[in-house]
Design a protein around this ligand. Structure first.
Ligand code: SER
Length: 586
């Protein structure tokens, strides 16, 4: 099936089911400063999901371009992309589960033609916010999905949204395609991720999450359905990966023609990143230092680095763009109309990056020479960050060069400096938005203290290999990245939460003192030492539970933190886990 036929088939069917087809919104959200990109079809519809009347009615559908950079490290496998299209449909307080899932099943099996016996589904297992979704499971069974192909999963897997920190969300029911035709028996997409491809998500958007992390019932329950266009196209054409579909074949072939080495992963990353960069640039964004321009820069530079790695010589992105654009011009003519401008911008960015690399290399050579001269075997993370920040010089290249000179790079320090900078610029953006000066609020101060407790608890529960890899705090939540190879079990998460709350309940005093680095090391204080050569450091102690080098400020004792709740864990790259947590009133 051709790409455009699939888009049309989808829209024709939804139209025949009395849905109004709404426009494909821009990738750069209009009137929404809380996110950089449209990441799902529901995004531009948030006000209507919250109850405002939509001028086009209560049953809507569209094809929506989306960009997600949180999956960037997965790109290169068979199914992940940064730019993708989502086939979306919505009931804004109109039909509910039975009609929604019946419509979905008919669409997938009769309209698209997926074999019903290759479909497995997951439903929400239930918790204190919403009950187990037996209703959805029963509907699936009535439609012919055997109980052995229905799995109940927790909030982490089967609850969608909100897209930002607050907004519409709810339990969901995902549909997976079973890649193993010999296996007629059930199967669970979580324990056998290789065997299943997620092709669709039905979200029962009946809740709104507020700034305190609480869920409220929406005045109208909505259904939000998102179907992965590229993945369905891949399966319907018997392809092994999205990169084998007509959307990618010409691009992949051209990259392979230019390359000196065979490296499927690099080829896929280049194809994906260039396509994403072109779609964003077609909306008037040029590569730059912050926000969307920065994401475009990152995508382009990552593509160039992979290009260099497989031996592509000279500037190549503009040439490649001429191959990418025709693969999408049926549905997105704007790219073709702007082809000249887009190619010029790519050329300029490629040249700028080359100059950056030359300047950065010089500076890096100086730094390595200095480190050696002072007998320091580690390049400070802040120096690496400075190279990155001032010259746009990528950390991977810093590491390579340092390694060949026998010097390590304090990657944790780099990550910390990076996060601090991001937090600052995000804060800066928020300040610009509010038009005033933000002081550090009591809320962020409490969350800083909670982060220390979290790190200490993680080390108690998981082991001392746990080290901070990044931290980011807003006035609503903390986000903490740390070294750990596996997903935490629910028991581990519960235990971490319990340990933190125990410290809060005991209202432990938070004290600090300044000392030399050596003294801090002798106290086994956690912290990023290599970045603080020679300095005196401030060490914060929370009773005997946590000792950590930090600039502060912190609350005076832990009692006011009230109640610590882990909201989410996810991967933040290979060997790194991320926890998001909030403080709630008890
Ligand atoms: N909002 C859901 C998703 O992005 C379904 O559209 O998966």
């Amino acid at each position: 099936m051709k790409a455009n036929d699939l888009r049309n088939k989808y829209l024709d069917f939804l139209r025949s089911q009395n849905h109004t087809i709404i426009q494909n919104a821009p990738l750069i959200p209009e009137n929404d400063p809380s996110v950089l990109f449209t990441t799902a079809g529901m995004h531009p519809l948030a006000p209507y999901l919250l109850g405002m009347a939509h001028p086009a009615g209560r049953k809507l559908a569209n094809v929506q371009k989306c960009l997600r950079t949180n999956d960037i490290l997965e790109v290169g496998d068979d199914t992940h992309l940064t730019f993708f299209e989502m086939l979306g449909s919505w009931s804004l307080g109109d039909y509910w589960k039975e009609e929604a899932l019946t419509l979905n099943f008919t669409l997938l099996t009769e309209v698209f033609g997926h074999a019903p016996d290759r479909l497995s589904v997951t439903c929400f297992a239930g918790d204190e916010d919403a009950p187990r979704d037996d209703e959805a499971a029963q509907i699936w069974q009535d439609l012919g999905i055997p109980a052995s192909r229905i799995t109940f999963l927790s909030k982490e897997e089967n609850w969608w949204g909100p897209a930002g920190l607050t907004g519409p969300c709810g339990p969901d029911s995902e549909v997976f395609y079973d890649l193993d035709p010999t296996n007629s028996e059930g199967g669970d997409p979580v324990s056998q991720p290789e065997r299943f491809v997620e092709i669709c998500n039905n979200v029962f958007m009946a809740f709104e999450k507020d700034g305190n992390g609480c869920y409220h019932h929406l005045p109208q329950p909505n259904v939000d359905v998102g179907i992965g266009f590229e993945r369905n196209l891949m399966l319907l054409n018997g392809c092994q990966s999205v990169f084998e579909t007509e959307l990618f074949v010409p691009i992949i072939e051209e990259i392979q023609r230019l390359a000196q080495q065979d490296n499927a992963f690099a080829v896929r990353v280049i194809a994906d990143h260039l396509r994403s960069a072109l779609f964003v640039m077609a909306e008037g964004i040029i590569p730059g230092k912050t926000d969307q321009p920065y994401v475009v820069r990152r995508l382009i530079r990552r593509a160039i680095r992979y290009g260099n790695e497989i031996g592509i010589k000279g500037s190549f992105l503009a040439k490649l763009a001429e191959v990418v654009i025709p693969t999408v011009s049926d549905a997105y003519p704007a790219l073709e109309e702007k082809q000249g401008q887009l190619c010029t911008a790519l050329d300029e960015e490629e040249q700028r990056f080359q100059r950056t690399l030359v300047r950065g290399e010089r500076k890096l050579a100086d730094l390595i020479r200095e480190s050696r001269h002072h007998g320091q075997p580690v390049l400070a993370g802040e120096a690496a960050f400075d190279l990155y920040q001032t010259f746009g010089y990528p950390i991977e290249l810093v590491e390579e060069a340092a390694q060949s000179a026998g010097i390590a790079v304090n990657k944790a320090g780099f990550q910390q400096a990076f996060e601090d900078h991001q937090a600052l610029s995000r804060q800066g953006a928020a300040d610009r938005f509010k038009g005033g000066l933000a002081e550090r609020s009591l809320e962020t101060t409490k969350l800083h203290t909670a982060t220390h407790l979290l790190q200490a608890a993680l080390r108690q529960v998981l082991g001392t290999h746990v080290e901070q890899r990044g931290s980011n705090i807003t006035n609503q939540r903390l986000r903490f990245d740390f070294s750990h190879g596996e997903r935490l079990s629910q028991t581990e998460l519960d235990e971490v939460e319990r340990l933190v709350n125990q410290q809060i309940e005991s209202d432990v005093p938070v004290t600090w003192s300044e000392m030399s680095l050596t003294e801090a090391q002798e106290m086994d204080a956690l912290g990023l030492f290599a970045d603080r050569y020679g300095d005196t450091v401030k060490v914060y102690c929370i009773g005997a539970f946590s000792t950590e080098v930090c600039g502060g400020p912190h609350v005076e004792s832990t009692g006011p933190l009230e109640n610590f709740r882990i909201k989410k864990q996810e991967s933040a790259g290979s060997g790194i886990r991320r926890i998001k947590a909030v403080l709630v009133d008890s």
